[in-house]
Design a protein around this ligand. Structure first.
Ligand code: DON
Length: 560
């Protein structure tokens, strides 16, 4: 009996030890959207690099092999956890509007939106942040030089990668934009056509640009020959960039948004991503209810109502906080969520204001990866060029495919962007301002676990991460977070979009009965990459979304 008691005491003590003095993982793991990127990252970890070095390598390889998702011509957010000092920080490498940009730049003289002007071609591109962020990560957080961490990306750009079905689908979708410029057409199409499966895509100019970044850091991209060619190419095609735009680009370090949801600490993206605030609003509404004891239909109804209210706040109040006074403190207060929930009826859908003509993109571009190293350092990063293949424009001699992130601004109040999102003054275009994003790299933490997650998917990123968090709270593991069928509501349009299999017939009927309008998505969406570290068992699992072609690898740490 005494022995048994002692054994239980021992177990309790070891659990407390685990939680209070975080053990180091016995494993390291990377989940990314592409095999080559995961391999490159693991290679860097095994060369003595830390999670931040691996993040540089993974970001750079994704920039080469997933040109439709992210790249040197784009930007992103890298959420970091430094195990030493238990510090969490968001590295903000979001694009900024050029100095010559102005709020009505995509409107004609009658004040109407010029078709595709913020989506296709040089004028659609914000000043890229990704190269600066890689230099920043390497300099401030890494152990290895860029000449080592960018090696795999340079080799893949020189030697080429193989076209797969995903590439073909997105190239077909953006063929018209890619046909518009000589360089993009020559790199990504074959005689103007979508390349056949297995075609090798080599990017010689991109390899040279990467080498200059590896050799000279920030200056290799934002000053000198590359910068000159970028600006010349953009201006020759109707864009407004200047050398000063590039030379003055700055990475920002932000305090992430931290949410306490039923005892789970959630650390996630700060403005200029709306992700953290929208998640905070939704979770603070949901915390007022006991989801676990609710029947399925009521739970889904409630989650949808929380999404509706949280996305509404996005449209009304959110933008780059360096330019607009976003009431972030109010928005994250539990009491504010109480106010938002005051008219939440568990029996009936609340009606969002009606708008029509919204056109949501499918969201199979942009990219996310998650990393944990042997010291417990972590990275969750979501990177983007916005639409598939960004603006479709490559300035000659650079190999850099430019983003069309300017479309994430509110180009006219109430006019939806490609993801159907509306906005107003808070997210209006201003020189040097960062456009509002939905990218939500996220950590979850309790005494017994650490989770790392994120996904592409435009406006649906936030609802996907929300469903992932709720699934983790319900006790499910990493494979479940990435594969569970998804549903989404973003205030406007006033519709629940859902994937096949998300709702049973009975739940569908029940939701319709409550007054919801529902629309089944033709295609499944998202490409979530996650890691779960069970601290009690000291065991890591990782998972890659079955909707994509990514690879998650967990490796035993040798010589510990
Ligand atoms: O920053 C954003 O919110 C968007 N530019 C992300 C775009 C995206 O996720 C595309 N979809 N898969």
């Amino acid at each position: 009996m005494i022995l048994k008691r002692l054994a239980i005491l021992g177990l309790l003590l070891s659990l407390t030890w685990c939680s209070a003095h975080t053990v180091k993982p016995n494993e390291q793991a990377i989940a990314s959207a592409h095999l080559a990127a995961t391999q490159a990252g693991i290679g860097i970890l095994n060369k003595g690099g830390n999670a931040f070095d691996a993040a540089v390598a993974v970001s750079a390889v994704l920039a080469v092999v997933e040109p439709f998702s992210s790249g040197l011509g784009g930007g992103g957010f890298w959420l970091l956890h430094e195990s030493k000092g238990n510090r969490q920080i968001m590295v903000d490498g979001r694009e900024v509007a050029p100095l010559a940009a102005h709020r009505d730049m995509y409107l004609d003289t009658a004040g109407e939106v010029i078709n595709k002007a913020s989506v296709d071609g040089a004028l659609a591109a914000g000043i890229p942040g990704l190269p600066a962020a890689l230099a920043h990560l390497s300099e401030h957080y890494g152990r290895l030089p860029l000449s080592v961490t960018l090696q795999s990306a340079i080799r893949l750009a020189e030697e080429g990668f193989l076209v797969n079905e995903h590439y073909q689908r997105l190239a077909r979708f953006r063929q018209a934009a890619l046909l518009n410029g000589e360089a993009a057409r020559a790199i990504f199409l074959v005689d103007g056509n979508v390349p056949a499966l297995g075609t090798l895509i080599k990017q010689k100019d991109l390899a040279l640009t990467l080498k200059l970044l590896a050799g000279n850091g920030f200056d290799g991209f934002y000053k000198g020959e590359v910068a000159k060619r970028l600006v010349e190419g953009v201006r020759a095609s109707g864009g407004i960039w200047t050398q000063q735009d590039l030379a003055s680009y700055t990475v920002k370090e932000r305090h992430p948004v931290v949410i306490d949801y039923n005892g789970m600490k959630i650390t996630t993206a700060a403005l200029p991503s709306s992700g953290g605030l929208v998640l905070s609003l939704a979770l603070n509404i949901l915390e007022q209810y006991d989801l676990q004891t609710m029947d399925e239909e009521s739970r889904i109804h409630l989650i949808v109502e929380a999404m509706r209210r949280a996305y509404r706040e996005r449209a009304l109040h959110m933008g780059d906080s360096d330019f607009f006074n976003v009431p972030a403190e109010v928005l994250t207060e539990k009491s504010y969520a109480k106010q938002l929930a005051h008219n939440l009826d568990l029996k009936k859908a609340t009606v969002s204001q009606k708008v029509s003509g919204l056109n949501n993109a499918e969201g199979h571009d942009t990219t996310h990866f998650s990393i944990i190293d042997r010291d417990g350092n972590r990275v969750a990063a979501t990177l983007s060029v916005n639409y598939p293949f960004g603006s479709g424009f490559v300035p000659a001699g650079t190999g850099v495919l430019l983003n069309d992130e300017m479309d994430d601004f509110s180009i006219k109040p109430g006019v939806p962007n490609v993801y159907g999102l509306v906005g107003g003054e808070a997210n209006a275009i201003e020189p040097k301002k960062r456009m509002l994003s939905s990218m939500s790299p996220t950590f979850m933490e309790t005494d017994t676990m650490v989770g790392i997650l994120g996904t592409p998917g435009g406006s649906r990123i936030i609802s996907m991460v929300l469903l992932g968090i709720l699934d983790a709270q319900a006790g499910n593991g990493s494979a479940s977070w990435v594969s569970l069928p998804r549903y989404h509501h973003q205030y406007l349009p006033d519709t629940i979009e859902y994937e096949e299999g998300a709702f049973s017939k009975a739940v569908l009927l029940g939701l319709t009965g409550k007054g919801h309008s529902l629309k089944r998505k033709e295609q499944r969406y998202g490409n979530m990459q996650v890691i779960l570290w069970n601290k009690v068992a000291n065991k890591i699992t990782a998972a890659s979304d079955p909707r994509g072609e990514g690879i998650a690898v967990v490796e035993k740490v040798a010589n510990r």
